[in-house]
Ligand binder design. Structure first.
Ligand code: ADP
Ligand code: MG
Length: 285
């Protein structure tokens, strides 16, 4: 029989917006000594806003609608920011829009080939991008039209107010904090420094996130929790000792794969879940 304490723990979870997919995860939460977190949407709000548009090869009115037309086909939070910025403009109907994982988009608009993504995307297509862009501590969409650099869109996200509290609480519990992101290292380092996160890795493809988590897990006796929100996070959620989906913005795939679902967008609920696990253990044993 399941000890009564577990029902208390599951109930306490649900009153705090935390769904444990079984009583074993209550116990496993208490053994977590490393929390690996995704940046965008987990520690930051994940709602980007365009700050500035810089034209390089073409006039803004020529290239920006082409980029926005292509971005309109994507549900990525970065794409939403670009589309929101040009919302009153007439956009062409694009063709053959493809997502290039971890890089951005490629498509055809008004008969021209359009690339919109990070600097890595353009370099992949042998279009030179100034090295200084890599050091800018903002997320940047770099755009090319017909194989030539057209301009940049500087985009910003905000750190969640609750993230600071969450990291402090984890450190108070002796937990090591790690952040993973597909965003550029300069942005990742800035967020990590602001939040005082122990270790942060940027420029990761979804499969790199899986590899990183496997590396961190190796030789560990205690449990590793991963916290993420996006569709791309499902494989990492699956291989973690405890996969936690942040339900505030969470995708269905992430919520399905997760062991624990946090229904609010507050990362401090991770430590709440650990405390509930610990309190439950005291009642059970
Ligand atoms: P993360 O969610 O950790 O940022 P992603 O794999 O979703 O990782 O994206 C990695 C990077 O690829 C983004 O930071 C961005 O630079 C670029 N990117 C992805 N999708 C788009 C898009 N639709 N438009 C522009 N850039 C994109
Ligand atoms: Mg993502």
């Amino acid at each position: 029989a399941i000890p009564l304490g577990y029902f208390g723990g599951i109930g306490a979870g649900s009153r705090n917006g935390i769904l444990f997919k079984g009583s074993s995860y209550l116990d496993r939460m208490t053994r977590v000594d490393t929390v690996v977190m995704d940046k965008t949407g987990t520690l930051t709000k994940g709602t980007f806003k365009v700050q500035q548009v810089v034209s390089k090869g073409l006039e803004e009115k020529t290239w920006l609608p082409l980029v926005a037309a292509v971005e309109k086909q994507s549900t990525h939070p970065i794409a939403k920011a670009v589309v929101e910025y040009v919302k009153d403009a007439q956009l062409p109907i694009p063709q053959q829009v493809e997502e290039i994982k971890g890089h951005g988009l490629k498509g055809i608009a008004d008969g021209k080939e359009v690339l919109a993504g990070n600097a890595k995307l353009l370099r992949k297509f042998n279009i030179p991008v100034e090295a200084e862009l890599d050091d800018v501590v903002e997320t940047i969409v770099v755009a090319a039209v017909d194989g030539k650099l057209a301009g940049y869109i500087i985009i910003a996200d905000e750190i969640k107010e609750d993230a600071q509290r969450a990291i402090k609480q984890m450190h108070a519990l002796g937990i090591k904090t790690i952040m993973l992101s597909g965003d550029k290292q300069a942005v990742v380092d800035k967020v990590a420094a602001t939040l005082n996160i122990d270790t942060a890795f940027g420029d990761l493809l979804p499969e790199d996130k899986v590899k990183k988590v496997e590396e961190i897990k190796k030789g560990k006796k205690e449990a590793l929790a991963f916290v993420g929100d996006g569709i791309n996070d499902a494989p990492v959620l699956a291989i973690s000792d405890v996969g936690i989906a942040m339900g505030g913005l969470g995708s269905d795939a992430a919520i399905e794969t997760a062991d624990v679902v946090i229904q609010t967008d507050q990362p401090s609920r991770i430590t709440t879940a650990i405390m509930i696990g610990k309190a439950t253990n005291r009642i059970v044993w």
